[in-house]
Design a protein around this ligand. Structure first.
Ligand code: GUN
Length: 281
């Protein structure tokens, strides 16, 4: 049975440290601020945004949810972002994704001041990451790197397989692993012999977005398994992309869902908001 990587516990520890730092910053008149822009009423997005707001409150980060109707048009949303780009109360701006179909996501992400892009989704920040000069880093892969660090998972020379190729998880995850000298394979839903490819992994990061997709057949004994999935089963229960019960028998380390990667994503968002506030002062 593998050791659990307890994301909730690590997130709580890092958030307590951030709270101390925010208290210190207050003495020099710095109050980190985060605005989260939520478009429409997607229930999952609403939950994520609420959780971000709660975490900010606990740490002492000033946070605001700017909730706008689904019917907002692209120009109006761009104007709103322009307003927060200029507002020095807010050091971080996050636009919750996905956006409604009539809005061009790329255009919106490009409009956020890269210095306030605490999600790390702006093409400038992604570009910097890919030339080994990271500034703002997408929070989910960044949180996973913090987990590896906290649990002393050695990455150098290891075979890392990332299942999933999104701009916000799979691709930046691969780059961060590469920067730590892992040998990285990006696999995805169209990869041939995916089971065999995954089974080569010493480090397996799964972000494919399909509940219980990764079974024990995908996992080499002793592998470190990170589950980014947030799916709901037929009873509405939150489940990961990995079949935890059987895979945990083989893995050396494994993250659960919930209480794994999710809390770390939020923590890194808070961390980058505090960093942004220090830079912008
Ligand atoms: N939608 C799903 N995950 C995320 C995230 O980390 N940030 C934003 N802005 N939207 C998301």
């Amino acid at each position: 049975m593998g050791e659990l990587i307890n994301g909730r516990e690590l997130a709580d520890k890092m958030q307590s440290e951030l709270k101390v730092e925010v208290n210190e910053l207050a003495k020099s008149g710095i109050k980190p601020g985060l605005v989260v822009i939520l478009v429409g009423d997607n229930p999952a997005s609403k939950t994520y945004v609420k959780n971000k707001n709660i975490a900010a409150g606990k740490i002492g980060i000033h946070s605001k949810i700017e909730h706008v109707a689904e019917t907002i048009n692209e120009a109006e949303l761009l104007t709103l972002i322009g307003k927060y780009n200029k507002d020095d109360q807010f050091h971080g701006i996050l636009v919750q994704l996905p956006l409604p179909k009539h809005i061009d996501e790329e255009k919106i992400l490009l409009a956020i001041d890269p210095e306030k892009d605490v999600d790390g989704f702006h093409p400038m920040n992604l570009g910097r990451l890919f030339i080994n000069e990271p500034t703002m880093i997408p929070c989910t892969p960044y949180g996973i790197m913090k987990m590896f660090e906290a649990y002393d998972v050695d990455l150098e020379g290891k075979n890392a397989v990332v299942i999933g190729r999104s701009n916000i998880v799979g691709k930046p995850m691969s780059q961060l692993l590469l920067m730590e000298n892992a040998t990285v394979t990006i696999a995805h839903s169209k990869t041939k012999n995916l089971e065999a490819v995954a089974k080569e992994a010493d480090i397996l990061v799964v972000a494919i977005g399909r509940g219980h997709f990764v079974t024990k057949e995908f996992v080499k004994p002793g592998a470190v398994v990170i589950d980014v999935g947030m799916n709901h089963d037929e009873n509405g229960k939150l489940i990961g992309d990995v079949k935890f019960d059987e895979v945990s028998e083989l893995a050396s380390y494994i993250t659960p869902v919930p209480k794994g990667v999710g809390p770390m994503t939020i923590t890194m968002l808070m961390y980058q908001t505090v960093q942004a506030a220090k830079k912008q002062k």
